[in-house]
Design a protein around this ligand. Structure first.
Ligand code: ATP
Length: 339
């Protein structure tokens, strides 16, 4: 496998700056996830790496070679798209074999057979090899699409929301499988998504991207625990992190320039009134089965926390004391102020 280095790449479409001076190194064997909302520049970044777009400025290096001006075909990259792009009239076997059968490659048929069978085993679709692609479920089709990238054994895999068209159950199954396969193969993957769960569960590192800019790069834990801004903090965590104007705090000391504090749901504790100064009122309790969310009104701000299963159940209208365990402090511009 190989590493990929993007140096200061920018790409503009008319007045839109799709990618802005983005620098990023994807290490050999790494599963790097670019996480960002729609229009953040994720797909454009992938297309710049493949050569389907060329950057206005900056360079793309793959395995130590500057490929910025090389044509797409010459870059040893496999791309998995959001929509499975299979040949419907071909069997699963022939779909998987297709990338190896190009005249330029001249891979002998016995080797093709071996690679196709190995890939099908890895993706748990070995029993479907003789099925027409159209006879598969959505999850199986997407496995074949991923398989078509895997058979080639490229230097790097680029994946553009490959699980987003699947239902929740299949998505979580394939998340686990993709991670397992990546570890087994030691594959280098750049994966883009707007789904924070995919980012948290699969990434060795996450790059948070917005408006074409890389805001923060770090392990899932670093990004979750030490977000560089309130925006980054809001991208990870369900329910979303609570924000509270610092002026409403009592009993909590924060650096003087703090404008807003962020409190993750697990860091907001509620209990019976016992002399504390932060008193809120239960607005609503949502029962989700394995978890209950408690919505609270504190001085007109809505906050959410997780109900403690060992405590007396809370009821709407009840007054409770709030305790903030680990507030994250942000300045007026939303930048994190280290504690
Ligand atoms: P999504 O999650 O919706 O796919 P994204 O993060 O992948 O979004 P991009 O597709 O990279 O975002 O688009 C970034 C910005 O560039 C958007 O504002 C988009 O409209 C614009 N853009 C992308 N490709 C083109 C193009 N060929 N011509 C004009 N504008 C483009």
């Amino acid at each position: 496998m190989a590493d990929v280095i993007l140096r200061n790449i920018s790409k503009r479409f008319g007045t839109i700056e799709a990618v802005r001076e983005l620098s990023l190194a994807i290490n050999d064997g790494e599963f790097l996830v670019l996480l960002g909302p729609s229009g953040a520049g994720k797909t454009t970044t992938l297309r710049l790496i493949t050569g389907l777009e060329s950057p206005d400025t900056g360079s793309v290096m793959i395995d130590g070679h500057d490929v910025t001006h090389d044509p797409p075909g010459s870059r040893d990259i496999a791309f998995v798209f959001q929509q499975y792009s299979l040949y419907p009239h071909l069997t699963v076997y022939d779909n998987l074999a297709f990338p190896l059968r190009s005249p330029a490659r001249r891979v002998p048929e016995p080797i093709i057979r071996k690679r196709v069978e190995q890939t099908a085993e890895l993706l748990h679709i070995a029993s479907k090899l003789n099925n027409r692609a159209t006879r598969l479920s959505g999850g199986e089709m997407q496995r074949v699409a991923i398989g078509r990238a895997l058979v080639r054994d490229p230097a790097i895999y680029l994946m553009d929301e490959p699980l987003s068209s699947l239902d929740a159950k299949l998505r979580s199954e394939l998340r686990l499988e993709l991670k397992r396969i990546q570890l087994e193969l030691g594959a280098t993957i750049l994966y883009v998504t707007h789904d924070q769960v995919e980012a948290m569960t699969m990434a060795s590192r996450i790059g948070v991207i917005k408006d074409g800019q890389l805001l923060q790069l770090g392990t899932p834990r670093e990004i979750y625990e030490s977000p560089s801004s309130s925006y980054v903090a809001s991208r990870l965590g369900t329910p979303q992190i609570n924000f509270l104007p610092a002026r409403l705090l009592s009993d909590v000391s924060v650096p003087p320039e703090t404008e807003t504090v962020g409190i993750r749901t697990e860091h907001l504790k509620v209990g019976a009134r016992n002399g504390g100064r932060m008193v809120g009122r239960v607005h609503r309790v949502e029962h989700l089965g394995e978890q209950n969310h408690v919505h609270l009104d504190y001085k007109g701000e809505m906050l959410v926390t997780l109900a403690d299963p060992h405590q007396q159940p809370l009821k709407a209208g009840q007054e409770v004391e709030l305790h903030l365990v680990h507030p994250l402090c942000f300045d007026r511009a939303g930048r994190r102020i280290p504690a």
